[in-house]
Ligand binder design. Structure first.
Ligand code: FAD
Ligand code: SF4
Length: 399
């Protein structure tokens, strides 16, 4: 008897650079580079919003919208602030992600780890790989702050006959992965999610660096941090900070990718374990265990990290409401006023989980307006119920 060839194997991925099915909204997640494009209508995060279905598939239930914590952060069993007792040099924060990936490989829980190295001639150009050694994982540490086609590795999973895999990725990549995971022939899939917002193409990144940093060509790392400043690290080891309120919003309005302007999966709701920073005090990382698999992953690094309970302070609502028209009109403050505002807001502004909610509220209201104006026909189906409820707390411009 001949084995049945799966339908997707007859399809052919698109060449790089060609228009994808989601057109301008494509986040270049990589799925359409492979024969898994066969499933694009169902799997693409921008063509088919299916949080309820996929949360139920992955976590056994959808998020409970009557609990504010779940409405914001998704299905979870626990959240903590954490940092490595011995941080990894050159990691984005303290290197919890890379450490966990190395440990899973060393313990033979997985045979490969999907992660993102830099292309050899450009540190900010992402190069997704399936790492099979700790050295390859460590070479992928630190964010490549640009859209990364992580799912281009889907065909390699089949060819390499991987059975146990860890995938590290951002929300849009993980949504598409979850939709096709049953077709990959895996025995076990672990998903380590990163929160993600305001991503850019490589050209968009250059514009952001050119308009924001004093020395764009020497930037090796940047992060929007909980102290309401963008922190840049330069090749010579120096740090430069720019207050959020001093960003040249008028010039940066179009810099973010349309996919990211219409995304509502900031906290990576379909991962097993999420590692970010947004719900933690300054200098700490934020870990969200979503299900049993996530707890198994958390336990593997428990002896390498110190933890503290998550906390929450302040009230974000007035700041979010005030930021809606300011962002909409592209208001840019003079640098002295931006610095002053930064100092005040850092002292009295939202902290911990309240900061995370501030960031979610600001981005969801902005993205809701963007989707309503640019894709009115998609609005109802594309915006998930939890995001509609979050946005409904605010007064939006009428147009
Ligand atoms: P490291 O040990 O340095 O490992 C970093 C990992 O990121 C590597 O495994 C690498 O494979 C992966 N990676 C790098 N670039 C990409 C990419 N473009 N796409 C997918 N994976 C990638 N956290 C927040 O709390 N709030 C945010 O707004 C936020 N935005 C982010 C935006 C982007 C584009 C990315 C990639 C991450 C973002 N994060 C955000 C997550 C955060 O910045 C850290 O990556 C996370 O806390 C892990 O830190 P670490 O030191 O443990 O990671
Ligand atoms: Fe294809 Fe991914 Fe782009 Fe959607 S986001 S069109 S699945 S490459």
């Amino acid at each position: 008897m001949t084995a049945q060839i799966p339908a997707h194997k007859k399809a052919k991925g698109l060449p790089r650079g060609s228009v994808r099915p989601a057109k301008a909204l494509c986040s270049d997640c990589g799925l359409c580079d492979t024969h898994f494009i066969h499933y694009v209508k169902e799997a693409c995060a921008f063509l088919n919003q299916q949080f309820d279905k996929l949360e139920t598939k992955v976590h056994g239930r959808k998020r409970d919208l009557d609990q504010e914590q779940e409405m914001y952060f998704g299905v979870h069993q626990k959240m903590v602030a954490a940092r490595k007792t011995e941080p990894i040099e050159g990691a984005q924060w303290t290197g919890i992600v890379s450490s966990l990936a190395c440990k899973m490989l060393e313990e033979k829980l997985v045979e490969g780890v999907v992660c993102v190295q830099s292309s050899p001639d450009d540190r900010f150009q992402p190069m997704p790989i399936i790492a099979t050694t700790p050295e390859e994982i460590l070479a992928a540490r630190v964010n490549k702050p640009t859209l990364s086609p992580n799912l281009t590795i889907l065909e390699q999973i089949e060819q390499g006959e991987f059975k146990k895999l860890l995938v590290i990725g951002v929300g849009c990549q993980i949504q598409a992965l979850r939709a096709v995971q049953d077709k990959l022939g895996l025995e076990k899939l672990y998903v380590l999610g990163l929160p993600c917002v305001d991503n850019v193409t490589r050209a968009g990144l250059q514009k952001f660096l050119d308009t924001t940093s004093r020395s764009p060509e020497t930037v090796v790392y940047y992060e929007f941090m909980q102290d309401f400043k963008v922190h840049f690290k330069h090749e010579d080891g120096s740090t430069e900070t720019v207050p959020f309120f001093g960003l040249k919003t008028n010039q940066l309005k179009d810099v973010f990718a349309p996919s990211c302007m219409s995304c509502f999966d900031y906290t990576n709701g379909l991962a097993d374990l999420v590692v970010g920073y947004m719900g933690a005090p300054f200098g700490w990382q934020w870990m969200v265990v979503r299900n049993e698999t996530g707890q198994e992953m958390f336990d593997l690094v428990a002896d390498q990290i110190e933890t503290q309970p998550v906390s929450s302070k302040g009230d974000r609502r007035a700041a979010v409401q005030n930021s809606i028209p300011a962002y909409d009109k592209g208001v840019t403050l003079p640098m002295w006023a931006a610095k002053l505002m930064g100092i005040v807001i850092e002292k009295i502004g939202p902290k911990g989980l309240e900061y995370a909610k501030f960031s979610i509220d600001s981005h969801f209201t902005r993205n809701y307006l963007y989707t309503r104006r640019n894709y009115p026909g998609k609005l109802e189906a594309h915006v998930p119920e939890f995001a509609k409820k979050i946005v409904a707390q605010y007064e939006l411009p009428k147009d």
